[in-house]
Design a protein around this ligand. Structure first.
Ligand SMILES: NC(=O)c1ccc[n+]([C@@H]2O[C@H](COP(=O)([O-])OP(=O)(O)OC[C@H]3O[C@@H](n4cnc5c(N)ncnc54)[C@H](OP(=O)(O)O)[C@@H]3O)[C@@H](O)[C@H]2O)c1
Length: 285
């Protein structure tokens, strides 16, 4: 009877292509988004490792029981290569990044992360992700299955890359998005042994960060009015449960906007239980 139960369980997970307790690495697993991904992945039965410079979550954030914390600089390709090679991970989530180069990022970052001096968008996004995709690709080659790599990117927002940014207060977004798109291209077009999933949120929100709610409300209204350059904000629980569902479901690949993330989050809820948010999950403003 027990053998029969096991065989049925294996048949059920067969189409989702992940081990029963998959080993997942979250790059930036102590961040605002990465820590939510880590918590939901642990709740879903994953063995989760996080890599960040500080190592553990910031003192004013929730503890993350069950996560194995590593301390290291992801902008050093040797560190990333060693961590991924040693861990033989079934899948990777890339949630490392910065909004502002410099100490101002402390206020924009949900985890108070401060970039090292001289960090550029290319370094923190493209170089870290290229090192991680190369290392996971090396593990996946020769295997029978693609390994999932989920990249937390950023919304298109219908902005042109050139001209419109020049000399504007949001000029930095040019370099931010160029780095994001370079990773997407590498992941989706040059790494056939990986199952690339690109999540493209605009603003990511939670009621626990009330300071961000004003722009979130403005974006929410703008997107409902159909303004072409505004994308709908995504709740952090929606984004994180979408990332975990994408790890498990082998049919998920490619770019997912807010609609794709909401669909994935619903599948997560149906397949793996409701995301246990602390301020109401998968919600809208
Ligand atoms: N929050 C949003 O509204 C939003 C919207 C769209 C896209 N995104 C994207 O989502 C991703 C995560 O954003 P977030 O809001 O979660 O940011 P966050 O709270 O600042 O988290 C960043 C994470 O990366 C780690 N990190 C930074 N530099 C590192 C390095 N050199 N080596 C290793 N770890 C490093 C940080 O830990 P340490 O500081 O301890 O190293 C932290 O764990 C970013 O790529 C961002 O572009 C965010």
């Amino acid at each position: 009877m027990q053998l029969l139960t096991l065989l049925i369980a294996l048949a059920v997970v067969g189409d989702t292509a992940m081990a029963l307790a998959p080993k997942i690495l979250v790059l930036g697993g102590t961040g605002f988004i990465g820590s939510t991904v880590s918590r939901i992945a642990v709740d879903s039965g994953c063995e989760v490792t996080s890599l960040s410079r500080r190592g553990t979550p910031s003192p004013d954030s929730d503890p993350l029981p069950g996560v194995n914390f590593l301390k290291g600089d992801a902008t050093d390709p040797a560190v990333v290569q060693q961590v991924i090679g040693d861990g033989d991970y079934d899948g990777v989530v890339h949630a490392v990044g910065m909004l502002f180069a410099g100490s101002l990022n402390r206020f924009a970052s949900g985890s108070g992360s401060v970039p090292d001096p001289g960090t550029t968008y290319d370094k923190i996004t493209r170089q870290t992700a290229f090192a991680a995709t190369a290392a996971l690709d090396a593990l996946a080659q020769g295997g029978s299955q693609q390994r999932p790599f989920v990249f937390i990117s950023a919304a298109e927002a219908k902005w042109g890359f050139d001209g419109i940014f020049e000399g504007s207060p949001v000029g930095f977004l040019h370099d931010y998005l160029v780095a994001k798109r370079a990773v997407e291209d590498e992941l989706l077009n040059n790494k056939p042994s990986l199952r690339g999933v690109v999540l493209r949120p605009s603003l990511v929100w939670t009621k626990r960060r009330p300071g961000a709610l004003l722009p979130v409300a403005a974006f929410q209204i703008g997107s409902r009015l159909g303004l072409p350059f505004i994308d709908r904000p995504v709740h952090v629980e929606t984004l994180a449960s979408a990332a975990v569902e994408a790890l498990f479901d082998s049919s998920v690949r490619g770019v997912q906007d807010w609609r794709g993330m909401e669909k994935l989050a619903e599948s997560y809820k149906a397949n793996r239980g409701a995301a246990g948010g602390t301020d109401g999950s998968i919600a809208e403003l």
